[in-house]
Design a protein around this ligand. Structure first.
Ligand code: BGC
Length: 719
């Protein structure tokens, strides 16, 4: 079994993870055994043409059909990526963006293991996740499912969760390949980008999923890339994914993302989901007859599906694993840890942590306070057994002597969401909330989005849903001790209130245990340790994609579409590689909160940076340094390593994340960490040479606790 490329991953993390050796199959990479190859060819050889053509189109929504006479089992799929969605109540894990905010690959791996167990308890062979499209702008309705703005971080998180899922004998599906960076008009837009931008920003998470995660399946997205539908994009599906990266697994379509039988058959699609609307016998049999599609092309698709199924053992054991319970108590605990580690404390004017012993009353206010909002809307939405809302979590955590007051705070319809009404009705919710805020010592104000206002299939607003800015301002005026808790997949427009807010915490979508996790952080049982996987802009205008997300006129692409129903609207990724902090660093505009930022209840010191140059060709540069907990509380720190190239022949970002390590430290404790950097960590994609290139010279190594706080600085010469 090939071990993960340790040059990409911090050594300290690999050691800490301790799970790498426990990984079970790494399918898609190991050469199939002679016996497996024999079974594969024997099965394929007995299939009729009709059976083959039926096999490459899904059935019953989420299945690949069985061929009982050949012992080929029916294969069952489920969304993804926040839990096993399709078959009743299940563990609802926090969203992908929260998973990423943990920067904890060992924990992420355990999340994957738990998802795999939940899948086995339901007989599921494929989880349709993780999603890993890069965050360009806060409006993308699916940002919450994805892994942030940085390709390196997204890749490490994707690999950890994929390994966890697949260690349980369940196929993970990396989606949505490629360029699904907005939900607006997702069937009709083409994400247009140059080769370097593709290679450096949008492909690396998929590349890591294939090369290091050995992911079993990849899902092609709805959108086009550079004018070609992804389900028929020969360059991305075949030349790059298969020939260059060596992917041997299954390329499936997103649900109804196939548009042409012959083009898809020849363009690298193996499996049309959810049904064979295009790649069916009616269309393909004559195409084969006419020489437009070869028999070998069809056989290869069938072979890939069969081989992956054989490699995962699906022919040899039932996928339903009855010893694994439908109700997964261990997964509950992991979901709690994940929610807690992913929440990011953004401001704290000394208000937190709250002291239970001194507290007499607390108000929990806002549309996201209750009921729980474990995730955003769309195909990722899971149904948990017993979600814990912020109101419930806080109430459970305080003693009977503490008075807990509650008000939803937003009038009916104002949040486009009637669940906010509760007992209040069209009853003046704002006045009630203000009154409640004035009666409590402390207010926890829970604002943000939910399954209706942030979801698949639509983009959302940068502004909070209607009524919420007014609510925040009114509550801030009524009480000096307000903690704003944000539920969202990314940033929101906070300009009107953030500077007056004593404490602010980003909870993302925290899964079923969000309320318990929040309470543990607020009361200081655990110190916050999450760090932002995205830059939070002060104004939307500051975002590097501002002029290219909907175009310079701000109109959505569909508005600019030519009056032909089939015409494609092109979204030019004109900011190129300068997405997120890469763009902020270039423009010099300060974000409100920078990438990698997150407060703790303690403080950390960094010292003793040592940079050891590569010992020889192919050897890594090894960076080591000490992190000390210089405060009074035990806490975790995420140390981040950025590489800066000041001498390249092409424009490069000021700095780029190339390593990280999360460490738990007691007060006064120091830990030495080392991070290995391979040549790719110093390289850009040279479009002329068509390869990753590091221009020889001195590179700067920056280490610290966020992208704008890197107290350690060193140099290394790369030959
Ligand atoms: C989504 C996919 C999902 C599929 C099946 C599509 O609408 O884009 O992410 O896996 O539906 O539910």
């Amino acid at each position: 079994m090939k071990r993960a490329s340790c040059w990409y991953a911090p050594l300290a993390l690999l050691l800490a993870a301790g799970g790498a050796a426990a990984q079970k199959p790494e399918p898609g990479k190991a050469a199939p055994s002679a016996e497996l190859a024999r079974r594969l060819e024997a099965t394929l050889g007995q299939m009729t043409q009709d059976e083959k053509l039926d096999f490459i189109g899904g059935t019953r929504g989420f299945y690949i059909r069985a061929i009982p006479r050949l012992g080929v089992p029916e294969l069952k799929m489920s969304d993804g990526p926040m839990g096993v969605r399709n078959y009743g109540q299940v563990t609802a894990f926090p969203a992908g963006i929260a998973l990423t905010a943990t920067w904890d690959t060992a924990l992420v791996n355990r999340v994957g293991v738990m998802m795999g167990q939940d899948a086995r308890a339901r007989g599921v062979h494929f989880i349709l996740g993780p999603g890993m499209n890069i965050h360009r702008a806060p409006m993308n309705g699916r940002n919450f499912e994805y892994l942030g703005e940085d390709p390196f971080l997204a890749g490490r998180i994707a690999v950890a969760v994929i390994r966890g899922i697949q260690s349980q004998g369940v196929i993970a599906t990396a989606k949505h390949y490629l360029g699904n960076n907005q939900e607006w008009d997702r069937h009709g837009i083409s994400s247009d980008m140059d080769e370097r931008t593709l290679r450096e920003i949008y492909l690396p998470a998929f590349e890591a999923s294939v090369k290091d995660g050995h992911v079993g399946a990849i899902m092609d997205s709805y959108n086009l890339v550079n004018g070609v539908h992804m389900t028929q994009n020969d360059y991305l599906n075949t030349q790059l994914l298969r020939k260059e990266w060596g992917f041997t697994g299954i390329v499936m379509s997103d649900w109804d993302a196939t548009y042409d039988a012959v083009a898809a058959a020849n363009g690298g699609l193996d499996l049309e989901m959810p049904s064979a609307r295009y790649m069916n016998a009616k269309n393909l049999a004559p195409a084969i007859q006419a020489g437009k599609v070869t028999q070998a092309t069809i056989d290869e698709k069938v072979r890939r599906i069969l081989r992956t199924a054989l490699e995962f053992g699906f022919f040899d054991r039932p996928q339903l694993d009855p010893p694994v319970s439908l109700y997964n108590q261990q997964a509950r605990q992991v979901a709690l840890e994940e929610a807690r580690a992913g929440m990011v404390l953004l401001r704290n004017g000394g208000l937190l942590p709250l002291d239970r012993a001194k507290l007499h009353s607390i108000a929990v206010i806002g549309p996201d306070a209750h009921p729980a909002v474990p995730g955003g809307g769309g195909s990722s939405r899971t149904t948990p057994f017993a979600p814990v809302s912020f109101l419930q979590g806080i109430s459970n955590a305080v003693g009977p002597d503490v008075r807990v007051l509650y008000a939803p705070g937003v009038q009916q319809g104002a949040a486009q969401n009637d669940r906010n009404l509760g007992a209040v009705g069209a009853a003046d919710a704002l006045a009630q909330a203000t009154d409640v805020a004035g009666r409590a010592e402390v207010v926890v104000l829970c604002v943000g989005f939910d399954t209706r206002t942030e979801r698949e299939g639509a983009d959302r607003t940068f502004a909070l849903p209607p009524g919420q800015d007014e609510l925040i301002k009114a509550v801030l005026a009524a009480n000096r001790n307000v903690i704003v808790v944000l539920t969202a997949g990314g940033n929101v427009d906070m300009a009107g209130w953030v500077d007056r807010t004593p404490a602010l915490l980003h909870a993302w979508y925290p899964g079923q245990e969000g309320g318990a996790a929040l309470a543990q952080l607020l009361f200081g049982d655990v110190s916050p340790s999450g760090k932002l996987p995205i830059s939070l802009e002060r104004r939307w205008e500051d975002n590097p994609t501002h002029d290219s997300y909907y175009g310079p006129d701000g109109n959505k692409p569909a508005d600019r579409r030519p009056p032909d129903a089939n015409a494609v609207a092109h979204v030019a990724y004109s900011e190129g590689i300068f997405v997120g902090y890469r763009g902020f660093d270039r423009s010099g505009v300060k974000p409100l909160f920078p990438f990698g930022f997150g407060l703790s209840y303690t403080t950390f010191g960094y010292a003793n940076l040592k940079v050891a140059p590569a010992a020889g060709p192919g050897a890594p540069v090894v960076v080591s340094f000490d992190v000390t907990n210089t405060g009074q509380r035990a806490a975790a720190e995420v140390a981040q390593l950025y590489v800066a190239d000041g001498h390249a022949r092409v424009p490069r970002p000021v700095k780029e994340l190339k390593g990280f390590a999360r460490v738990e430290l007691k007060p006064g404790e120091t830990r030495s960490l080392s991070i290995a950097l391979d040549r790719r960590a110093f390289s850009y994609y040279d479009v002329k040479k068509k390869q990753w290139t590091a221009d020889p010279g001195d590179f700067t190594i920056l280490v610290g606790g966020s992208s704008d706080s890197t107290p350690l600085k060193g140099t290394v010469r790369v030959k």
